[in-house]
Design a protein around this ligand. Sequence first.
Ligand code: SF4
Ligand code: SF4
Length: 258
Amino acid sequence: MTDRAKISVHKFASCDGCQLAFLNAGEQLLTLARLVDIVHFAEAGMIAPGEPVDIAFVEGSISTPDHLDRIRDIRERSRFLVTIGACATAGGVQALRNLANGGEWVAGVYASPSYIESLATSTPIARHVKVDLELWGCPVNTRQVMTAIRDLLSGVTPVADEDKVCMECKRTQAVCVMVAKGIACMGPVTRTGCGAICPRFGRDCYACYGPAENVNAESLGRRLEGLGLLPEAVARRFLFINNAAPVFADAGRRYRDE
Ligand code: SF4
Ligand code: SF4
């Protein structure tokens, strides 16, 4: 037995990519082992979902009736609950079904759709239980989860990265792909945290880190139309991985209705 803090990592509807922020942490795994005991993390082999913990990390969105019961149980047994990734914080790519008739999709794909226990919508964790900290990204990175663990266990209020990817481009001296190449980029409305990795490799940001502070969707939408995108294409830029984030959802619907 140790007096280290206990953490757990849970999966809901997701691709498992955010859990790699722990598994691929490299040398930081040694630091993690000094800071905490991981009591439940199915992908890493530890199975004790009912164990009370100091911090529960939750990946994935709520997509089935079983998810609803499980997330309430986790909340009751956790001092802090932290969502990791676009799926858990804003629905993820599977929330695209919220914009369509999910039942029709299931019937179109499966021979016996009655076997599929699926809710009509895919929703972020915060719609169902109190969330203490949201880590955005698809996927999140090791720096984000390590900072969250240190802050929460030290009694420090975590500071959210809300700056825009554009600011990160300036800080890293990346050439703006929209200005220099005329590429439609979501960086002006997307929160930083990734190090502006896409523009630094010469491609557009597709907003996987979700909405930044003070989003001016109308202004960016006009710019994207100026670059040749039709309203439906602009709508799709907002209604993508983080389509359940209210500011993106509103902007996307506005363009879809045009
Ligand atoms: S946020 Fe992205 S990387 Fe993380 S689980 Fe969802 S789809 Fe996978
Ligand atoms: S630049 Fe945009 S799309 Fe690329 S990783 Fe960062 S937030 Fe995601």
